[in-house]
Design a protein around this ligand. Structure first.
Ligand SMILES: Nc1ncnc2c1ncn2[C@@H]1O[C@H](COP(=O)(O)OP(=O)(O)OP(=O)(O)O)[C@@H](O)[C@H]1O
Ligand SMILES: [Mg+2]
Length: 491
């Protein structure tokens, strides 16, 4: 049972974990004012606050907000040490639910059940509006997912390639295999699988991720291992690395092929010894985390080209999870299902929700003919573009614009002018740059403004090569990507 979107106002790791457990997409807010901004953008199913949020501020928040916001249930998690007399005050303030402290955490399911039945939402996909055409939640889950593992493995698809990947995901997650390698072309769902492994193996622990391509060698090393004060110029205080922050949870080393060779040797040592030292440190720190490494390059070729250490490759390649490209004959069967899933769950045009409900046979055939170099991500974008452009209830052949610029050039039809010069990619790049600028490159805020997850924002910044105007983007330390659950319908 999961809500689709959840906004959490708390810095307490236990409350954050609770949010991650019950929300498929989790947005963090500093306070209620911050939450309001996020709420207006992402339209969540619940706001979760901790006991630090003053009841009178909650009352003001609910009273001052417009009806749509005031209808979003607010749930407060108390502290184990705080007097539970707070409950009456909170209920007067209009909160929907109150958990006294950690002893009440399991009451969350009951609260979510109540929210779902009140709004008629279907649990696995509740944030995306009501399930259409009278389908019940189990029927929907059965239709899109190979097995009813919703909430943990939200991988749509029933092709033989997806079934194999799912089988492997469950096998390695249930074993003690560590490290775990996830390979596949861009957009095939590696991050989705990484989060699935995490959720299946230790859902209540921390998930952190670092993109090895996004940082200079020095920064990446200090990001991973941490450093002690004085280790190098500018190290004015101790820093905890991601390997330590991951604790007994998961660390995802995204784009491992881009890791500098020197650092590859240090990583190999961590994998063998299960401990490491901070940069400049002398104390060994135990590494208990599950280490996931993902790559969209063929690592074997990288080894042959001397860009990737052979010993590290063999160490990683124990039980690899391989995601096939959409165009492969073993995965082509997923195209229709994925297209229908994105059609059903997209939030790109809320006013068209439940109105554009299906694809014509010709449209599906057209989708199945394309090669999808950007894989599932590209397919999702095409469907969202089709929803944007569609004026009827059915997406037909003309609604499938795979590359808007190309189509505008090639088409000689009188309607070509409508899309000539229009590039969704250009518009998207522009919008992302603006959001980043407006938020001073605070990625969580920018992602919330755009209504996408941080992971998607990272991917887009990379895809469009967007750089901060002043300082070089490479010299910024990576944000910790505190996991929510697999993103499904962000644009
Ligand atoms: N099987 C799937 N079912 C539903 N959504 C999917 C599936 N596979 C991928 N997606 C969606 O497609 C997008 C791209 O997936 P993801 O970020 O996991 O790809 P990736 O392999 O990590 O790509 P990259 O190498 O570019 O980082 C995401 O929005 C993800 O939720
Ligand atoms: Mg990725």
């Amino acid at each position: 049972m999961n809500l689709h979107r959840l906004v959490v106002v708390s810095k307490d790791p236990r409350v954050l974990r609770l949010a991650q457990r019950y929300g498929r997409e989790v947005f963090g807010a500093d306070d209620l004012a911050d939450a309001l901004q996020i709420v207006q953008t992402v339209n969540p199913d619940m706001i979760l606050c901790d006991h630090q949020t003053n009841p009178s501020n909650i009352r003001k928040f609910l009273k001052g907000a417009d009806k749509n916001v005031a209808d979003i249930p607010v749930v407060v998690v108390g502290s184990d040490d705080v007097d539970s007399g707070l409950s009456a005050e909170l209920s007067q303030a209009g909160v929907h639910g109150y958990l006294r402290g950690s002893q009440d955490y399991d009451q969350m399911e009951r609260i979510i059940d109540g929210i779902e039945s009140k709004s008629g939402m279907a649990g696995w996909n509740s944030g995306e509006g009501q399930i259409q055409s009278g389908l019940g939640r189990e029927e929907d889950a059965d239709r899109f997912f190979a097995e009813n593992l919703a909430g943990a493995v939200s991988m749509v698809g029933k092709s033989s390639a997806t079934l194999n990947a799912l089988k492997m995901t469950k096998l390695v997650a249930g074993s003690r295999c560590n490290p775990i390698l996830i390979v596949g072309e861009t957009g095939t769902g590696k991050e989705l699988v990484a989060k699935a492994v995490h959720t299946l193996r230790h859902p209540n622990e921390q998930f952190v991720a670092v993109n090895c391509a996004a940082l200079t060698a020095t920064l990446l090393e200090s990001e991973l291992f941490g450093h002690v004060r004085g280790a190098f110029t500018g190290a004015d205080r101790d820093k905890t690395g991601l390997l330590e922050l991951a604790g007994s949870g998961t660390i995802l080393l995204d784009e491992i092929s881009e890791m500098p060779v020197d650092l590859q040797a240090k990583l190999l040592r961590v994998l063998q010894e299960r401990n490491f030292r901070k940069v400049g440190g002398t104390r060994n720190i135990a590494c208990n985390a599950t280490i996931l490494a993902s790559s969209n390059r063929n690592l074997k070729n990288e080894v042959e080209a001397n860009r990737f250490r052979r010993d590290l490759y063999y160490r990683l390649n124990i039980g690899p999870i391989v995601l096939a490209p959409l165009r492969s004959s073993e995965r082509r069967d997923d195209i229709k299902l994925l297209a229908e899933y994105f059609l059903k769950t997209s939030t790109i045009c809320p006013e068209k929700r439940n109105k554009v409900t299906s694809l014509t046979k010709l449209a599906v055939e057209n989708l199945e003919r394309h090669d999808w170099p950007g894989n599932v991500r590209e397919l999702r974008n095409v469907i969202e573009r089709a929803i944007l452009l569609e004026t009827s209830d059915k997406i037909g052949l003309s609604g499938i614009v795979i590359d808007p610029t190309e189509c505008a050039e090639a088409s000689k039809s009188p309607t070509a002018g409508l899309i000539k010069g229009f590039s969704l990619a250009k518009a998207e790049r522009e919008l992302i740059s603006r959001a980043l600028k407006e938020t001073g490159w605070q990625k969580t805020r920018a992602a919330a403004l755009l209504g996408i997850t941080r992971a998607t924002l990272y991917a887009k910044v990379k895809q469009y090569n967007i750089e901060k105007e002043s300082a070089a983007a490479k010299d910024r330390p990576a944000d910790i990507l505190v996991s929510s659950v697999p993103e499904a319908a962000s644009c």
